[in-house]
Write a protein that binds this ligand. Structure first.
Ligand SMILES: Nc1ncnc2c1ncn2[C@@H]1O[C@H](COP(=O)(O)OP(=O)(O)O)[C@@H](O)[C@H]1O
Ligand SMILES: [Mg+2]
Length: 306
């Protein structure tokens, strides 16, 4: 397992450095490059929504303190995936929980499940699974042509069930379908144990499955500190909302983020965007999508601060 991961990371590194050294070639005059030295990367600002949105096969990390806008950005990304990749299956892993499904697996509206909630956003066309037998429930949802599945728990101690659901969705993913997995409250899956940072095997499997081109992963957490180095190394895109801790960018070095990077101010709903593969970096903000189900529209608006 460890060796496979190292090989994978090395392959990713080789691919990334091959494309970047080509882009950084010092011109026809040639130049002196010390053997093995890495040139500082040149980053350009993201220029469109397409630059910002997570693509198939990518791994995205959203960071920021609570109420800075992570879940709202995830709604835009879920909407983007639903509308851009018509063959995409979407799985929302919701341990808080905060997402409202539209349907139950038995065909009834899901609204009564959320009677006592005074929070949460509706995800149109989504189905919530009961989490008694995730494997048959996910299969059933797919055979009923639901494209957005919400797996949620009411009790944080059931987190292992969600980890299991992640693993099942990844391993049983449908041929010729893309898969997009979004994990809200990523930190709930990572624990500091005697041997360092540990996580469920499902989440590690999905995050580090870099070779699987049709599966994309997006996770949201408050701090990078409890997320394993191995996981951060696998990330290709970063969305960094305000966090007050200087040492956070040291953890993000594991995904090649330059050390002088800082996130925008609190409650600006803006984030530092970093794309390691396409070498983009800059501050950005996304217009939230309308949450009223009737006039729900995809988010087209965005502002580039970079
Ligand atoms: N880009 C944005 N523009 C305007 N309001 C936003 C934006 N992003 C988030 N908000 C608002 O801020 C609040 C917290 O956002 P949320 O996405 O739940 O944060 P988090 O998941 O980081 O805790 C919500 O009420 C949301 O409507
Ligand atoms: Mg949230």
């Amino acid at each position: 397992m460890a060796n496979r991961n190292l090989q994978r990371i090395y392959q990713q590194y080789k691919r990334a450095s091959a494309s970047t050294t080509a882009a950084r070639a010092p011109g026809s005059q040639g130049g002196i490059i010390e053997p093995g030295a890495r040139q500082p990367a040149v980053y350009t600002s993201p220029a469109s929504m397409d630059d910002i949105m997570l693509g198939p096969g990518e791994r995205g990390l959203m960071l920021g303190m609570t109420r800075e806008g992570k879940s709202t950005l995830s709604e835009v990304q879920i909407d983007h995936w639903y509308n851009t990749y018509k063959d995409a299956d979407i799985l929302i892993i919701d341990s808080k929980p905060r997402f409202r499904a539209e349907w139950q697996l038995n065909g009834l509206p899901a609204a009564p499940l959320y009677r006592n909630w005074d929070w949460g956003t509706l995800v149109p066309n989504s189905v919530v699974i009961p989490m008694k037998d995730a494997e048959s429930e996910i299969r059933l949802a797919w055979s009923l042509r639901y494209r957005i599945i919400i797996a949620q728990i009411q009790d944080r101690s059931d987190i292992g069930l969600l980890d299991q659901a992640l693993k099942i969705a990844y391993m049983k993913r449908r041929k010729r379908h893309k898969l997009f997995i979004y994990v809200d409250e990523l930190n709930n899956f990572f624990k500091v144990g005697v041997k360092g940072i540990q996580a469920g095997t499902g989440i590690i499997m999905v995050i580090t499955s870099g070779g699987e081109k049709n599966t994309a992963f997006l996770g949201a957490g408050q701090r990078p500190r409890n997320i394993s180095v191995e996981s951060i190394e696998s990330m290709t895109k970063l969305y960094w909302f305000y966090t007050p801790f200087d040492e956070d960018n040291k953890h993000l070095r594991s995904m090649d983020l330059p050390l002088d990077s800082i996130p925008p101010a609190s409650r600006s709903y803006a984030f530092l965007f970093f794309d390691r593969i396409h070498q983009k970096k800059g501050w950005a903000r996304i217009q939230p999508i309308s949450v009223k189900p009737k006039d729900r529209k995809g988010s087209k608006g965005w502002i580039n601060y970079g």
